[in-house]
Design a protein around this ligand. Sequence first.
Ligand code: AMP
Length: 392
Amino acid sequence: MHLFNYGEIRTPAFEETAMFSRSIGELTDIVAKEMYSFTDRGGTNLTLKPEMTASVMRAYIQNNLGEQQPLVKLYYIAPMFRQERPQAGRLRQFHQFGAEAVGGQHAAIDAEIIALACEVYSNLKIRNFVLKLNSVGCERCRPQYKQLLTRYLEKVRDRLSEDSRRRLEENPLRILDSKDEADRMLTRDAPLMKDHLCAECAAHFAELQEHLKLLGIPFGVDGRIVRGLDYYTKTAFEIISMDLGSQDALAGGGRYDLLVKELGGKDTPAVGFAAGMERLLMVMEKQKIVPPGGGHPLVFLAAADEEGRKWVIRTAMGLCRRGFACELDLLGRSLKAQMREADRQQASFVIAVGADELKRNQASIKNMRSGEQRSVDLRNLAAELAKLGDGP
Ligand code: AMP
């Protein structure tokens, strides 16, 4: 996020319920069924945040963030709460990371947001993820299309699933992304928004695709990506992983040009994405990807005797300050037990030091992966570690 020049934003764990229902939409699943809402002692109705975009936009307006710069780029990592039926990849408290770029219309910004999301996965060396792209139009072209879709769906109403029949009045677009097999068959030839965009939305969608090509980001256009929240306009996208079960979305996002105004701010276009952290971890586990840093120390400093112990304590602090992750024994264990511990901690290197080594200022360092040993100068350990190639 920092590489793309996004700054962190943290918002409260709960906010006024009305703020969420207004921005996410009264008829969405989140607001209608999933929010953890409660009344506090002062009689205010509050909700644990089910997603971040609404909160970020509320904070943007309240703190006049738009006055400081024309395009405000923010990211977050935070817990979210939704009362859903728990299953693999669907939790009631889960974590999202995401980003929002507020203040610009241009498709280049949509492309940057999408590139940023994809870059997180590429950077972690995630394989087999797919970017699906759509445009859900705007307040000018969507109403007409909605009528067209409703007319089409009315003809098959009796054969639609119960959920979809309910959505027919409220939010017919959502029927297009129904997981129900019969619904999918019935909507196979349904009209899609992307084929009924106004000139402005069509141009924006074409430009976005140009930009993604420029960035070398592969994508597929999927007219059924509609997203579950009401505030989207133009761009909508999802990133799907083949290594997740039925809950296969790693991330989703899009443009929401009307939200800031809807929440009482100035007319301000914006675009963003949100990604599930637990789902990312599920994929990493499946693809046997160790998180960078991995939580393993680079070097385990073992002490052979009392003199060695003092050296280890001092040296560990010095190495940490220079950016090398190290571990040492704090339980007074024997040298043999320390070596076992170094192994268990999956340290990349181990160095054992006692009075003898200190006298010579030389000790041997063992590469735990290859088993190879070499002699190092104890007075210059940081430089020696950097030479070993696994440095900070
Ligand atoms: P949404 O805004 O609902 O599309 O959520 C964005 C991303 O957050 C999804 O693509 C998932 O990766 C993740 N996510 C959403 N709901 C849950 C949940 N209940 N449990 C775990 N992850 C979730």
